[in-house]
Design a protein around this ligand. Structure first.
Ligand SMILES: Cc1cc2nc3c(=O)[nH]c(=O)nc-3n(C[C@H](O)[C@H](O)[C@H](O)COP(=O)(O)O)c2cc1C
Length: 231
């Protein structure tokens, strides 16, 4: 393994949803394969691996999808109250053409047969599994200096038809993937005043939901490094 790759904690801290920082150069095939391999190693309910990845590079397809997303962006903006519309206006919501590569993630609820172990009472566990594959891909890409931007401004039927998904496989993400000049340190939605994230201490609850927070937040910058087992 190359020593210049990031640790998993470093990749988690560096990861960003990328829209404007793509260099325009395409991600090379070897790197693309490694990040898809990382996605395919995700855990999945009943080992069902309900995902498929359609890699899209045809400029005509990228443009058609970008035009569709532009229309959905207008629909969303027009439904906002004026003050929110003004905040939303400068926010870029995709880098479909600039990234040069789209990965459409398909979800197949029938993959894994009629009795998927662990999905009987929580059917969403299938989609959870596919999303874990996306997160694996996102972190692996970050470690490679490759940006990922998740686009969800689309009609699923349009996207399914655009990339020829068979009946039963539904698109759950379009990921813009490409080398980046830099990763922003603050999420775009915070930088543009749309929405700010909350501290971890508000998200952590003790024993019951009513009890929140730690007295002191443990350091996230000095994550413990577990040494490899001795042979
Ligand atoms: C399910 C999902 C859908 C998203 N859809 C979009 C999208 O359509 N356009 C966009 O610009 N960002 C999209 N994002 C990115 C989020 O806005 C982003 O993750 C969030 O603002 C936090 O920023 P960060 O990922 O850089 O930490 C999506 C993220 C997720 C997880």
């Amino acid at each position: 393994m190359s020593a210049d790759r990031l640790s998993v904690y470093e990749a988690i801290r560096l990861r960003r949803d990328v829209r404007a920082e793509f260099t325009g150069a395409p991600v090379d095939e070897d790197t693309l394969w490694r990040i898809l391999d990382a996605a395919h190693r995700a855990p999945s309910v009943g080992n069902s691996q309900p995902w498929d990845f359609v890699v899209v590079r045809d400029p005509v397809t990228l443009r058609r999808f970008a035009d569709h997303v532009a229309g959905k962006r207008v629909e969303f903006r027009d439904a906002l109250p004026p003050e929110r519309a003004a905040t939303f206006e400068p926010i870029k919501i995709e880098g479909i053409v600039e990234s040069g590569t789209g990965i459409v993630v398909g979800y197949d609820h029938d993959r894994g047969g009629p009795q998927v172990l662990g999905r009987a009472t929580v059917p969403e566990t299938g989609v959870y599994s596919a999303v874990l594959a996306i997160q694996n891909l996102w972190l692996a890409a970050t470690a490679e200096g490759v940006g990922v931007g998740w686009v969800s401004f689309y009609d699923p039927e349009f996207l399914a038809e655009l990339v020829g998904l068979p009946t039963g496989i539904r698109p759950i993400a379009w990921l813009c993937v490409g080398p980046v000049r830099e990763f922003q340190t603050v999420p775009d939605l915070e930088r543009f005043g749309w929405r700010t994230g909350r501290p971890l201490s508000e998200a952590v609850h003790r024993e019951t939901f009513g009890e929140t927070g730690f007295n002191a937040e443990p350091s996230t910058t000095n994550a413990r490094v577990v040494p490899p087992p001795r042979t």
